[in-house]
Write a protein that binds this ligand. Structure first.
Ligand SMILES: *[C@@H]1O[C@H](CO)[C@@H](O)[C@H](O)[C@H]1NC(C)=O
Ligand SMILES: *[C@@H]1O[C@H](CO)[C@@H](O)[C@H](O)[C@H]1NC(C)=O
Ligand SMILES: [Cu+2]
Length: 439
């Protein structure tokens, strides 16, 4: 009893208090980045940004790096899925991948793909066309023949082309709508809750329904893997940014071996500890996301790809301490949720019942995919919701037992989350809701 109290006291004393935050042991040694890049939605890249990215990716593929990432991911699969390390391990993998790409071109910034915006008809997404990542595999061996994945070939795990087969074991129909993602952001109070809520839902259905390489443990060999996981990391980062003081170092749940997760844990197959990967803007995580910038009311910085924080402490401060930020914009899309009945808002979107925190919304304005004139050659789409679909949102597709097994997911957790998504859809339809993404 007494010993326990002393240990707890020491642990507390060891926390460093910096700017209102308690830093766990070790975290004070992780250096602050001197330069921050902004990861953007893939559709909003200018043609120069896109070719900077794809030229580096093509070189990494032909040099065999992509084999390495496929191998590594498969090697550590059990350590990094369905447990506490999911977000941090993939965050780390992406940072390493970006470092490799920057060896070819230092201007590379990883994009992300907001799959929620395409939830209603994934195969019609412009992202899955020749303009971006390419589409379904062809009849010729299932090999991808357009977009970024065109003609890719690997030696791991055997000599083969990049394959996709839409819906090979579950039809590629509805994904998870931004409304569901928003609900997860607003109701998750622990690291484990946000991890389960994202990993078991949109993370899984994209892997499964694209099929081919994406439906294997060497999925980093598909060009889709990286922008997809960029999106997963974005949502986790946004959830953290909604309450920096509490969530920047919130880490809980269990590791693969059942031991409780701690910030001093080593991430599977690395020398990197959890506390080094918790906070964007520190250590190897020198980036943020455009949606975080937008929610900060910091849209101007999006005009420049790299936000250099040297000599601009006001901007850096604004990104980190939401209390010092000016009033935040709440998008028109978020307002459509606020128009729902009190019962539905309280049940699914409790964050909207009080003072809405834009970080906890994934209801992104479709017009933000229409970037300012500097990116005038970017993809332009301002979808218009279809009145005929009011009250007709459909259930998201579900995971297969085989996929759940391959990903080492907990079936009860997955099925409970799927049921929750169906309840959300039922409740929205009962109020004759029209999603701005149902076009
Ligand atoms: C973290 O773990 C290492 C051993 O793996 C140990 O040397 C170090 O003291 C630990 N740090 C803390 C703060 O517990
Ligand atoms: C995807 O391509 C395969 C052939 O590789 C074809 O059998 C399948 O019908 C296609 N799926 C869709 C949804 O287009
Ligand atoms: Cu993974």
């Amino acid at each position: 009893m007494k010993v326990g109290a002393v240990v707890a006291g020491l642990a507390l004393a060891a926390f460093h208090h910096v700017a209102g935050q308690s830093l766990p042991p070790g975290a004070e040694t992780v250096p602050k980045c001197t330069s921050i890049s902004v990861r953007k939605e893939i559709r909003t890249l200018t043609s120069v940004e896109w070719s900077t990215y794809t030229n580096a990716v093509e070189k990494a593929v032909s040099d065999g790096w992509i084999n390495w990432f496929g191998f590594l991911h498969q090697k550590i699969e059990k350590g990094i899925h369905a447990n506490a390390q999911f977000f941090l391990a993939h965050r780390n993998l992406m940072a390493d991948y970006e470092t490799i790409l920057r060896g070819y071109d230092p201007n590379v910034v990883l994009p992300y793909w907001n799959t929620g915006m395409d939830f209603q008809n994934p195969t019609a997404s412009p992202v899955l066309t020749d303009r971006f990542l390419g589409g379904n595999g062809t009849a010729n061996g299932g090999c991808v023949a357009d977009g970024l994945g065109k003609g890719w070939a690997f030696t791991y795990p055997k000599r083969q082309c990049l394959r996709r087969k839409y819906g090979e074991s579950r039809s590629i129909s509805r994904w998870y709508p931004p409304e569901f993602v928003t609900s997860i952001l607003q109701t998750s109070k622990t690291h484990n809750e946000i991890r389960m809520g994202i990993e078991n839902s949109l993370h899984g259905v994209v892997h499964l329904s694209v099929g081919g390489n994406m439906n294997t443990m060497y999925s980093p060999t598909d060009a889709i893997f990286w922008p997809h996981h960029g999106n997963i990391d974005r949502l986790y980062s946004q959830w953290q940014a909604a309450d920096h003081a509490t969530r920047d170092f919130m880490y809980d749940g269990v590791n693969r071996d059942g031991s409780p997760a701690t910030l001093n844990d080593t991430i599977a197959y690395t020398f990197t500890r959890a506390y080094e990967l918790m906070r964007l803007g520190y250590g190897k995580l020198c980036y943020t996301y455009d949606t975080i910038q937008e929610a900060n009311g910091d849209v101007g910085t999006l005009l420049s790809k790299n936000l250099d924080t040297r000599g601009a402490p006001a901007v850096a401060g604004k990104c980190r301490h939401r209390d010092s930020s000016p009033a935040k914009p709440v998008s028109a899309e978020t307002q459509t949720l606020q128009g729902l009945s009190r019962a539905v808002v309280q049940k699914h979107f409790p964050g909207l019942a009080g003072k809405a925190n834009p970080m906890e919304s994934d209801m992104r304005s479709p017009s933000s995919l229409h970037p300012p004139s500097a990116g005038g050659d970017a993809y332009v789409a301002v979808p218009v919701p279809n009145e005929a679909l009011r009250g007709k949102m459909e259930y998201p597709m579900t995971l297969t037992d085989d996929f759940i097994k391959m990903m080492h997911l907990c079936p009860e957790e997955v099925r409970a989350l799927e049921a929750r998504a169906r309840k959300l859809v039922d409740d929205l339809n009962a109020e004759n809701y029209l999603s701005p993404y149902m076009t």
